[in-house]
Design a protein around this ligand. Structure first.
Ligand code: E4P
Length: 224
C-alpha cells in the first residue's frame, strides 16, 4: 500500500512526509501552476532533496508528440536524476512515447487514464504505474472502481510488474474505495489526506481519555 502526495508545495511535502507514511510525490502542470515556481527544475530538485531517493518522484511531460515527449523525459532525467518516473498521458502519441521510454529502461507513470482500454494499452506497453482518474471518471458517469478492479485483476492474472496509482481524489471515501478495489497506490492532495484526521470523534476520544487520566493523577500531569 502506497500513499503519494499530489502536490509541489514544499511545506505540504515536508509536513506530509513528517506525519504520514508517504512514498512519493506526483504532480501535473495544473498542480505546478498552483505554486508557479520560477525555476521549475530547481523546484523539483528541492522536492527530491526533501523526499530523498527512497521515495518516488513523478514528473509530467508537456509535449504532444512522442519524439518530443521523449526529449522532455531526457531533459527531466538530466536535470533531476535517472530515478524520476516520467508521467505520460495515455494519448495515442503518449502511448508511442511510453513504448519508446520503456525501450530505454526509463521509469514511466501512465496518466490521464479514463478508460480500461487506455489502461490495458499502457500496461502492455510496460508502464510502471498507471493512474486512473477516479473523480473525473465518476464525474463522467462511469465507475472508476470497476476500472480499478478489472485492471488489478489483469495485472495479477498476467503477472505484470505494474502498480495502479489511483489519482484525482476529492474525498477520503474515494481513496478507501480505490484501495479496496485493488489499487496498490493512491496519489492525493495533502488536504484530502489530512481530512482523515478532521474527524471530531478522534479529538473527543483523546480529550475524554485525558480527563480520566487527570482525574486520577492531577490536571495537566503527563506520563513523563
Ligand atoms: C495525478 O497527478 C493527476 O494528475 C491528478 O491526481 C489529477 O487530479 P485532478 O482530477 O484533481 O486534476
Amino acid at each position: 500500500m502506497e500513499f503519494i502526495l499530489d502536490t509541489v508545495d514544499l511545506e505540504e511535502i515536508k509536513d506530509g512526509i513528517d506525519h504520514m507514511p508517504i512514498s512519493g510525490v506526483t504532480s501535473n502542470p495544473s498542480i505546478v501552476k498552483k505554486t508557479s515556481p520560477e525555476d521549475f527544475f530547481g523546484h523539483m530538485r528541492k522536492i527530491r532533496e526533501i523526499i530523498g531517493k527512497d521515495r518516488s518522484l513523478h514528473i509530467q511531460v508537456i509535449s504532444l508528440e512522442a519524439d518530443t515527449i521523449v526529449e522532455e523525459a531526457h531533459r527531466i532525467l538530466k536535470e533531476i536524476d535517472d530515478q524520476v518516473y516520467i508521467k505520460v498521458p495515455v494519448s495515442y502519441e503518449g502511448l508511442k512515447a511510453i513504448k519508446m521510454l520503456k525501450a530505454e529502461g526509463i521509469h514511466v507513470t501512465a496518466t490521464a487514464v479514463y478508460d480500461l482500454m487506455q489502461a490495458y494499452f499502457a500496461l502492455a506497453a510496460g508502464a510502471d504505474y498507471i493512474a486512473p482518474y477516479v473523480n473525473r471518471i465518476g464525474n463522467l458517469g462511469s465507475d472508476p472502481m470497476e476500472l480499478i478492479g478489472n485492471l488489478q485483476d489483469r495485472i495479477d492474472d498476467d503477472g505484470y510488474d505494474c502498480k495502479i496509482v489511483a489519482a484525482s481524489f476529492k474525498g477520503v471515501e474515494q481513496i478507501k474505495n480505490a484501495f479496496n478495489y485493488g489499487a496498490e497506490a493512491v496519489t492525493a492532495p495533502y488536504a484530502v489526506l489530512k481530512q482523515v484526521f478532521a474527524n471530531p470523534n478522534i479529538d473527543k476520544a483523546v480529550t475524554d481519555f485525558n480527563q480520566d487520566w487527570y482525574s486520577v493523577y492531577g490536571e495537566g500531569k503527563g506520563i513523563c
